[in-house]
Design a protein around this ligand. Sequence first.
Ligand SMILES: *[C@@H]1O[C@H](CO)[C@@H](O)[C@H](O)[C@H]1NC(C)=O
Ligand SMILES: *[C@@H]1O[C@H](CO)[C@@H](O)[C@H](O)[C@H]1NC(C)=O
Ligand SMILES: *[C@@H]1O[C@H](CO)[C@@H](O)[C@H](O)[C@H]1NC(C)=O
Length: 389
Amino acid sequence: MRSSQGRASLAVAFVLALTLAQHVNAQPRPIKVGMITDSAEDDPSVAAESISIIHGAYMAAVDRGYKVNLVTSGLGCDTDNIAKEVERLVKVEKVVAIIGPICSGTTLAAAPTVNALKVPAISPTSGAIAVSTAGPYVYRTLATAESYVNTIMEYLTPKFPTIAMVYDDSLLSRDWTGIAESFHTQHGGSVTYKAMFSVENSTVAQVEELTRKALASKPSLLFFMATSSVNPELETAFIKTARAVDPKFPVVMPNAFDQATKDALEVKGANGTKSYPLVGGIYYAGDKPYAKDTERYKVMFGLKYMPELGRGGSYGSGYDAMSAIIVAAQKAGYSKLKNINKELSSKSFTFPRFGGETGRFNAAGDLAVGAQLQVFNATTGDAEELVVP
Ligand SMILES: *[C@@H]1O[C@H](CO)[C@@H](O)[C@H](O)[C@H]1NC(C)=O
Ligand SMILES: *[C@@H]1O[C@H](CO)[C@@H](O)[C@H](O)[C@H]1NC(C)=O
Ligand SMILES: *[C@@H]1O[C@H](CO)[C@@H](O)[C@H](O)[C@H]1NC(C)=O
């Protein structure tokens, strides 16, 4: 008697638990997630980055087996209209979370609205320092500015005690250059020259002049920091000028260069092989590649080539942002999607990342992820890890 009663109540408890679990996880309709990408038609690198982020986000939805309706806005890095666009996504489109914005300045401009509307926004690409303190609803799925810059300066400063710095006036470039300079001077290095140019107005002739002046200051290392919003012609001008003065001179470009810059520097051999002698040896602060990341991307989309493919990063951070949102939505339960941020900000919250690692945000909403010292290969024109013996 007792034992059969026990079995019966156990069965009731089991059915109840199953029903509760189904109730919590039931998903009658897809959840709506907003995404702010950039549609700059004249810049193939920017378009490739946006497509990569969308691909990554869809991969995460497939992997998690969760229905998501992606509402994509091509507003890009427009700081003036971002507040209105966030409001439209939340109030009209009814998104429960946002992936984006792409640019740091836009993420910061969006932050007051994001926090006021209490909708979590996870930027896959904003690298400026202030994003860490942009409020309780702002997150990012890439390494912090310090992580990128300090990783390369730990190697470069002891090797090259004097450094000349040329950088653009974007928030990201000013931040990264400032961190590099602080690290360098605090570790016994000195700065022989420092000049800023304008993303909006600077010309090829101006960048050439700054590069010559930087080299004339007799540094042991040339530092050039440009964001993806810089006209590729200016990056090309920098590399060509530096190499013309001294083809072997040590150069670091912490944020690398656009695909268009690489294309402009391509050299075709007599037998048709391509190489990139001018970018060979340039140091770079790269993302730690995931094991077999590009293989998976190629299999999923059948793409052999895509500018973002070889550079890591964007599809992985797009994946991570969507994966975090989905896991938080599942934990909150379909009927309590307003609790997504509560889940995301919980100390114990974790989610699966693109490469299979466990992702977690720190108290500032930054993903704990490392960067890597990389160097460009003259044959492939791509960056690869610099293994320091
Ligand atoms: C670019 O030039 C325009 C027109 O001369 C000027 O209004 C603007 O402030 C300049 N922008 C920067 C960043 O120097
Ligand atoms: C093509 O030419 C380059 C030199 O221009 C040489 O290094 C390379 O080995 C050649 N490749 C083939 C497949 O012959
Ligand atoms: C550059 O890439 C080529 C082709 O993948 C490789 O054979 C070579 O070892 C690399 N060079 C360096 C310096 O790593």
